[in-house]
Ligand binder design. Structure first.
Ligand code: RIB
Ligand code: CA
Length: 309
């Protein structure tokens, strides 16, 4: 499998990279970075450091958008730490970012192997929207896209209605959802039901080696934030769940094919992902996306642990 990852590392982005790099059948053709959990300078440095930590320093990293298409950026230091990785010092990488932007790198990867590259998008969708501007045929050139983003039938996480990646660039998300990609949406609807059990977090602490120990230290900070928010020792596994669904679509045990739009004007609801859930939604002229509604969480947590061993 050839995969291009677009991300804003970020602690759960780190887990997604850990998951992918543990699979020998995954060829990471590139990693693009975007503002989101932190500034794009920080997320780019983190992507390079994480690829080194997870044994793939050879994967090219391309710096992407530093701000959303329209609005000013909002960062998430309270969730991911001032350095985006739970304030854990991760050794600097020798590698430096490519001279291409993330959007350019994605377009080049897609053009060089039409129909073969899958995209995992786990940050604001700014780079994908910019890539569509460079190459309108992108939805036909990539094989499929798995997006972590949105909150369709559940509350948001940064506003009562909006999920962080969508709220961070609603215009970009709207462009991407309209574009006609073979797109799977792993939204808060499922990620907030796949929260890490305390026993799983404890088991992770028993693993040896840099891969597991450093990841477990990132998680201490993230678990601290989620435990306060949810009232129990846990954390959400948004981005690695999306990575796992990309590698094995059967992990998504139920899904709906529905058109999804992003609210751009609501006084209180900007960034809300609105799905057409009517039974005759086929009349809608917006291309449908696959909205995951159930996942095999037990299998996911087993595989995530294996990926960190
Ligand atoms: O809402 C969760 C998403 O926002 C995740 O991708 C997390 O890393 C942040 O980017
Ligand atoms: Ca992310």
């Amino acid at each position: 499998m050839r995969i291009f990852v677009d991300c804003d590392p970020g602690i759960d982005d780190a887990l997604a990279l850990a998951y992918l790099t543990a699979h020998s059948d995954v060829e990471l053709v590139g990693v693009g970075t975007v503002f989101g959990n932190n500034s794009v300078d920080v997320t780019t440095g983190n992507a390079l450091r994480l690829l080194r930590l997870y044994g793939r320093p050879d994967v090219p990293v391309s710096r992407g958008a530093g701000r959303p298409l329209v609005q000013p950026p909002t960062l998430a230091e309270s969730v991911h730490g001032a350095n985006g990785l739970g304030d854990i010092d991760v050794p600097e990488a020798d590698a430096v970012p490519t001279t291409e932007s993330a959007a350019e790198a994605l377009v080049r990867a897609a053009r060089s192997a039409p129909g073969e590259v899958d995209v995992l998008a786990v940050g604001p969708l700014t780079n994908l929207a910019l890539a569509l501007g460079l190459e309108p045929e992108l939805p036909r050139l990539v094989r499929r896209v798995v997006v972590m983003g949105g909150a369709v039938r559940v509350p948001g996480n940064v506003t009562p209605w909006a999920e962080a990646n969508t709220a961070n660039d609603p215009e970009a998300a709207e462009v991407v959802f309209a574009a006609g990609f073979d797109l799977t949406l792993v939204a808060l609807d499922v990620t907030m039901r796949a929260t890490a059990p305390a026993a799983w977090l404890d088991e992770l602490k028993t693993l040896e080696g840099d891969r597991a120990c450093t990841t477990s230290s990132f998680l201490d900070f993230y678990v601290g934030w989620y435990s306060k928010a949810l009232g129990e020792r846990t954390c959400a596994m948004h981005d690695p769940l999306a990575a796992a669904v990309l590698l094995d679509p059967a992990l998504a045990t139920e899904a709906l094919e529905v058109p999804v739009r992003v609210e751009l004007h609501g006084t209180h609801t900007r960034g809300l992902t609105v799905a057409d859930l009517r039974s005759n939604a086929a009349d809608d002229d917006r291309p449908a996306v696959r909205l995951v509604t159930e996942v095999d969480t037990e299998a996911f947590f087993t595989r995530m642990m294996d990926a960190l061993r």
